[in-house]
Write a protein that binds this ligand. Structure first.
Ligand code: MG
Length: 477
């Protein structure tokens, strides 16, 4: 009890409230339901790089909310997206499985497009479907990109409510649209007319606005999330808030537009940061801050060719589309004053770990026979265990395993740049070997020095590949 009180005191200091008040609220939650299951909020950005937040070292983008969230919660420095591009990365997050298991990655089409006929198969279990079994209210707000036909929308995958653009915000570009890339390279504040991207905004399974007014998208997504939280304050809820930003074309609303020293990209990230602040404030106001786990992360690394309209990978190599660290290692912040022991976690984590972690915290049993690639991080988050249970990570690009990480070691079997930024596709035998703890920029190649490690990494990779069962490809339909 003494240790518990001391811990409460530390949390209380961070929050600026009296320890006795925290102890009282822990003993008798405001709504009088002490055994209520925790709520979950995932805030998932599109193409936000590892180096785009103040707390991850960005010198000009101002992110006071996320910096505070990281200080009050856990900041993970080796947290990974499930793939280097949008569609497979989102499939990985929601299913806890490498996307090649669900047919959600392809050598021919890297993501789903408005003319695609496929989507996340009904046979997959999503976080929302599993939490629904335990009585959760569920909402998906924002970018979906797992199939826009009715049978693939969020409402067919365990979400009670959906509001958002069903794919990327640069799709449905009108014919004759001037080259965004060319304009972006010339002007860090270039704002494309919204009519040039005829993307639909949906509520449930209905299109409610087209083209979506993307200027106000981030603000409206934030407000929808808060509205859902308020409506469901008296029952456990799961909100999956997947911002379309900061994927190009970039848009922000007043008063953020024109404000950041980092240009329009900075405006966009600062508006997202302020939105996170509004969500955390709403949770505090409703007395739900001690029973809600908020996770902030990104679907892949920065889209580098878009110059100042793309983000930054900080010290990591390359960006979106690649299996270098910059393509898949992303910010990973866990916040929840009653659930998360504050600190910096340097062990491995992945968006695929969210499904088993949430299920454990919610007391949901995993379906028999479900082959997961996620690990339960709940003990690390609570601080009862120091080291992450995840010791390995598999870097898939389309339908091929390009690299594997075990502890600090990473072996590349294939390397390839993306979107016109090198290097060319090269197969490596022996694989390239880097220590990505001492060398996060993957600059110093060590394969000659550690042949025994390479053998081990190759074995792990082969074992993982053997575990993949062939399934119909959803992106090529
Ligand atoms: Mg993306």
């Amino acid at each position: 009890m003494t240790v518990f009180r001391a811990w409460l005191g530390r949390v209380a200091n961070l929050l600026g409230v009296a320890a006795t008040a925290v102890a009282a609220s822990a003993a008798a939650p405001p709504d009088g339901a002490p055994d209520r299951k925790p709520n979950f909020v995932i805030i998932f950005c599109d193409d936000l790089g590892y180096g785009d937040l103040g707390c991850y070292g960005n010198p000009t983008i101002n992110t006071p909310t996320l910096d505070r969230m990281a200080a009050e919660g856990q900041k993970w420095t080796s947290f990974y997206a499930g793939a280097p591009v949008c569609t497979p990365s989102r499939a990985a997050l929601l299913t806890g499985r490498v996307p090649v298991r669900s047919g959600m990655m392809s050598d021919e089409r890297r993501v789903l497009f408005p003319n695609s006929r496929g989507g996340l198969p009904a046979s997959e279990w999503t976080i929302a479907e599993l939490l629904k079994q335990a009585g959760y209210a569920t909402a998906a707000i924002g970018k979906w990109h797992l199939g826009h036909l009715p049978q693939y929308l969020p409402t067919a995958h365990g979400f009670d409510y959906y509001f958002g653009i069903p794919y990327s915000n640069d799709m449905d570009a009108r014919p004759g649209f001037p080259n965004y890339l060319r304009r972006a390279r010339l002007d860090p504040r270039y704002l494309a007319p919204i009519q040039q991207f005829n993307v639909p905004l949906m509520e449930g399974t209905r299109v409610v606005e087209r083209p979506a007014n993307q200027l106000t998208l981030t603000r409206r997504y934030t407000e929808k999330a808060i509205e859902f939280i308020r409506e469901h304050r008296n029952e456990p809820f799961f909100v999956y808030l997947a911002h379309n930003m900061p994927h190009i074309p970039l848009y922000a609303s007043e008063p953020w537009l024109g404000r950041s020293r980092r240009g329009l990209y900075g405006d966009v990230v600062e508006e997202i940061d302020a939105g996170v602040g509004r969500i955390l404030a709403a949770l505090r106001e409703l007395g739900l801050q001690r029973r809600t786990l908020v996770v902030f992360t990104s679907d892949n690394g920065p889209w580098l060719p878009f110059a100042t309209h793309g983000g930054a990978a900080g010290p990591l190599r390359n960006g979106k589309g690649t299996t270098f660290e910059g393509g898949m290692r992303v910010p990973g912040i866990f916040w929840g004053p009653g659930l998360v022991q504050p600190g910096v976690q340097m062990g491995l984590g992945s968006v695929m770990d969210l499904l088993p972690t949430f299920c454990r915290l919610a007391g949901v049993e995993l379906p028999d026979g479900l082959q997961l690639d996620g690990y339960d991080l709940s003990d690390v988050l609570r601080g009862t265990v120091k080291d992450s249970p995840r010791d390995r990570l598999f870097y898939w690009r389309q339908e091929q395993l390009y690299a594997v990480r075990l502890g600090p070691w990473k072996a590349h079997f294939i390397t390839q740049g993306s979107y016109g930024i090198g290097p060319k596709r090269t197969e490596h035998d022996p694989p390239l070997l880097y220590n990505v703890e001492t060398d996060p920029g993957e600059r110093f190649e060590l394969s000659q020095r550690h042949p025994e490690l390479l053998r081990r990494l190759k074995e792990i990779a082969a074992e993982h590949v053997r575990s993949i069962q062939p399934v119909p490809n959803q992106l090529e339909r």
